[in-house]
Design a protein around this ligand. Structure first.
Ligand SMILES: [Zn+2]
Length: 128
């Protein structure tokens, strides 16, 4: 699997993340870098996908849904992923002292840090 990219410019951001589906693919790779593992039954393997709900994956074994946003600041939000990505990109790219690696930590932190922005300044967040 190729390395996750951090967009270094607005045109690059727009190319990497043209829509919610592209954002969902990115989040899936952040959450399961070695491939999907069902949070309910821990079965590994390609999940079922719902075209109209790119942020939801369905375990083919137990049929339970896994939301890509579960455990993040986005989990109860109805805001489109692309909007969150824009916010994360702008904060990460415009805030002095935030390194590119914090882009992932900012919005896709699954460590339970809240508010998520605290994760940006916490060196112990998302160390995995
Ligand atoms: Zn399952």
């Amino acid at each position: 699997m190729s390395e996750l990219l951090f967009p270094k410019s607005l045109p690059e951001f727009q190319k990497l993340f043209p829509d919610d589906a592209a954002c969902a693919v990115y989040m899936e790779r952040v959450r399961w870098p070695k491939g999907f593992v069902c949070p309910s039954c821990e079965t590994a393997g390609e999940p079922g996908r719902i075209a109209t709900r790119p942020h939801v994956l369905r375990c083919k074994k137990c049929k339970k849904e896994a939301r890509l946003t579960a455990g993040t600041v986005m989990q109860d939000s109805h805001t489109p992923l692309l909007t969150w990505f824009w916010g994360a990109y702008l904060v990460a790219s415009l805030t002095p002292g935030i390194a590119g690696c914090s882009w992932t930590c900012l919005s896709f932190c699954y460590c339970g840090a809240a508010p998520c922005c605290r994760a940006v300044t916490s060196s112990d967040c998302c160390s995995s």
